[in-house]
Design a protein around this ligand. Structure first.
Ligand code: 3UK
Length: 540
C-alpha cells in the first residue's frame, strides 16, 4: 500500500515550501492525535498535567475510547452533534476526542454563557446530546428544559465518568474522511446571535503543522500552558491540538484566567511555552511592577485574540526576557494565519502570513488595495471553515470562494508586516473575546431607568479595547455612582461576565441619523474632552 492509502495516516512532504500535507481517503483525525503517540512507543509519556497528577498518552487514548464507547452505547449516530459545556479538565479531552473518534461532531460551547445562550445553541445546532461540567448545571439544565428542541441525552461529566468506568478501552475509529464535518465552535456575530463554525477532520492537522510546528515551534519536551480556555479556538489550538500533535505535555487549569492564576501555575509547574491574550499579558506586566515572579522556565510566549499593544510587548520583554509573538487568528480559520516569528518581530503588528496561508487586503469591491493603504483582510488556507451552520447568508457574505473575509482592517507596511487598525464593523474584542455592542445595548435598554443607550469600544490606559456605554436616563437627575452600580449589576446578571461597560457617560441625547439610527462612529470620533465631565469609571 502506498502511504497515502493507509487509513488515518497523514503524509507530510517537507521538501516543499510550504509543506505539502496529504490525507488518505479514509481519515479520522482522532487516530493521529490520540492513538499515534501510543503506537509510536510514547504511551507512558505525560499528555496532561493537573493538580491531581499526570495522565499518560496511553491513559488518554483509553479514556477517549471509553467515552466514545459510551456515546455509541447511547445510540448516537455518525454526524450527530454532541454539545459540550465542559471546563478545562481531562474530561474535555475525553469527550471531544471520544466523539470525534466515534464519528460524532462535538460542538464546543463557552462555559461562560447564560441559559438563554445555551438554549439558542441547542436549538440552532439540532444537537442530540449535551455533556456538561457539574459546575455549569445552573445555566445548562434550564436551557435544556426550555429548549424547543429536545436533547436525547443530557449528561454531566460525573455521570459520563461513571459510565466510562465500565466501557471498553479500545474503539475502532469511524471511517470518516479529511473533508467530512468533524467539530464546531460557536462564534458571536454583530447581532449577538452566535454562529456555528463548521470544521472538517483535516483542519486541526493543518493548524498544528502550519502554526503549532511552523511558527510556535512546540517540541515533545515542552510543557505547554495556555491560559485561554479550550472552548475558544485560540485555547483549543494552544492548549490542546498543538501540544498533542507535538506529543508534548499540556498543563491544565480550570480557573478563570488572571495574573495571579497564571503566575501561580508558572511558578508551580514551570511550563516552557505560554499562550495568553493581550489583556492577560497587560495584567501580568502590571503585577510584575509590584512583585517579582519567577517566569524563567518559559522560552516562548504567544499572543492573539486582540491586538497586542507595543508597550505591553516591550514591558513584558524587559521584565521576563522573552518576546511575545503576536499573531491574528480566528475561529473561522481555526487558528493563527498571520504572525510574527521568533526571529522576526515587528512589535505593534501581527507580522507576516504564516506559510500555507495567503492573505490580501481589499477594498469594498474585494479588489486589492495598494501597499500602504487600509483595507479589509482576506485569507485563504486549508483550515478555513466549511460554512456557518444553517446560515447561508452569512456563509455567502463571509466565505468568498476559497477566500474568507475577516472583517478586520489592515495595512501592510513597506517591509511586508501587517498592522491591525481595527474592525470594519462595530464588533469589539474584549480580552480576546467577542463583544457585540448591540447585545450590551439591548441589555441596558431592558432596564426601566434607561431611555437610550449606545456602546462603543474605547482604549484603556494600556491601549486595550473595552466597552463604554453612553446612556440617556429617563430621569436625568439620577445620574451618578449609585446608578452606575445598578447598571453594572444589571449587565453582569444578564450578560457573560466580561461584557459589562467599563465606563458610563450619562448624556442628554445620542447622535442619530435622520432616520433615527444611532451613529456609534460619531461617539468614537468625539474629542476625548467632550464627554469627560459625564464620565464614570467602573472598577474591576
Ligand atoms: C481579532 C486580532 C488583532 C480579529 C483567535 C487566534 O481571536 C480568535 O478568534 P475569534 O473568532 O476572533 C477573531 C477576530 O479577533 N483578532 C484576533 N487576533 C488578533 N486582532 N490582532 C490579533 N493578534 O478581529 C479577528 O477577526 O474569537 C485567535 C487563534 C484562534 C482564534 N480563534
Amino acid at each position: 500500500m502506498h502511504p497515502i492509502d493507509t487509513p488515518h495516516t497523514v503524509v507530510i512532504d517537507r521538501t516543499r515550501t510550504p509543506n505539502a500535507i496529504r490525507f488518505p481517503a479514509v481519515f479520522n483525525v482522532a487516530v493521529p492525535f490520540i492513538d499515534r503517540p501510543v503506537a509510536e512507543g510514547r504511551g507512558d509519556r505525560p499528555a496532561l498535567r493537573t493538580e491531581a497528577g499526570d495522565i499518560s498518552y496511553r491513559q488518554l487514548a483509553e479514556n477517549v475510547a471509553r467515552a466514545g464507547q459510551v456515546f455509541l452505547g447511547l445510540g448516537l449516530k455518525r454526524g450527530e452533534r454532541l454539545l459540550m459545556v465542559v471546563r478545562d479538565t481531562p474530561m474535555f479531552f475525553y469527550v471531544f476526542w471520544g466523539a470525534v473518534k466515534a464519528g460524532l461532531v462535538p460542538v464546543g460551547l463557552s462555559t461562560m454563557m447564560k441559559a438563554a445562550d445555551y438554549q439558542y445553541s441547542i436549538e440552532d445546532s439540532g444537537g442530540a446530546a449535551l455533556i456538561y461540567s457539574p459546575a455549569q448545571a445552573g445555566e445548562v439544565t434550564p436551557a435544556a428544559q426550555a429548549s424547543a428542541l429536545k436533547l436525547r441525552h443530557l449528561l454531566s461529566t460525573d455521570e459520563l465518568e461513571r459510565r466510562m468506568a465500565g466501557a471498553p478501552t479500545t474503539l475502532e475509529a469511524a471511517p470518516t474522511s479529511a473533508t467530512e464535518d468533524c467539530f464546531w465552535l460557536y462564534s458571536s456575530g454583530s447581532t449577538g446571535k452566535p454562529k456555528g463554525v463548521v470544521h472538517v477532520h483535516r483542519d486541526m492537522v493543518i493548524t498544528s503543522e502550519r502554526y503549532g510546528q511552523g511558527i510556535a515551534g512546540i517540541k515533545p519536551d515542552d510543557l505547554v500552558f495556555c491560559a485561554s480556555k479550550l472552548f475558544f479556538s485560540y485555547g483549543f489550538g494552544g492548549g490542546m491540538t498543538f501540544p498533542l500533535w507535538a506529543q508534548a505535555t499540556i498543563l491544565l487549569c480550570e480557573e478563570r484566567p488572571s495574573a495571579d492564576m497564571a503566575f501561580a501555575m508558572i511558578e508551580r509547574h514551570k511550563p516552557t511555552v505560554f499562550f495568553g491574550v493581550p489583556t492577560l499579558y497587560g495584567q501580568m506586566v502590571q503585577a510584575l511592577d509590584s512583585q517579582a515572579r519567577d517566569t524563567r522556565s518559559i522560552r516562548a510566549c504567544l499572543s492573539a485574540g486582540e491586538a497586542l499593544p507595543e508597550p505591553i510587548f516591550t514591558r513584558w520583554k524587559e521584565k521576563t526576557g522573552v518576546a511575545i509573538l503576536d499573531g491574528i487568528g480566528s475561529t473561522e480559520v481555526l487558528h493563527i494565519f498571520v504572525s510574527n516569528r521568533h526571529n522576526d518581530i515587528r512589535p505593534g503588528t501581527s507580522g507576516k502570513p504564516v506559510p500555507g496561508y495567503e492573505v490580501k487586503i481589499v477594498d469594498g469591491d474585494e479588489r486589492p488595495v495598494a501597499d500602504g493603504e487600509v483595507g479589509i483582510l482576506m485569507v485563504k488556507g486549508e483550515s478555513n471553515a466549511r460554512c456557518y451552520w444553517n446560515n447561508p447568508e452569512k456563509t455567502a457574505s463571509t466565505m468568498r470562494g476559497e477566500w474568507l473575509n475577516t472583517g478586520d482592517m489592515y495595512i501592510k507596511d513597506a517591509d511586508g508586516y501587517y498592522a491591525n487598525v481595527g474592525r470594519g464593523d462595530d464588533m469589539l474584542k474584549v480580552g480576546g473575546m467577542w463583544c457585540s455592542p448591540l447585545e450590551i445595548e439591548s441589555r441596558l435598554l431592558a432596564h426601566p431607568k434607561i431611555a437610550e443607550a449606545a456602546v462603543i469600544g474605547q482604549p484603556d490606559a494600556e491601549g486595550l479595547i473595552k466597552p463604554a456605554a453612553y446612556v440617556v436616563l429617563r430621569n436625568k437627575a439620577e445620574a451618578g455612582p449609585a446608578m452606575v452600580d445598578t447598571l453594572v449589576q444589571h449587565c453582569k446578571s444578564g450578560l457573560a461576565g466580561y461584557k459589562y461597560p467599563r465606563w458610563f457617560y450619562f448624556i442628554d441625547d445620542l447622535p442619530k441619523t435622520v432616520t433615527g439610527k444611532i451613529q456609534r462612529f460619531r461617539l468614537r470620533q468625539a474629542p476625548s474632552e467632550q464627554y469627560r465631565d459625564r464620565e464614570y469609571k467602573v472598577g474591576d
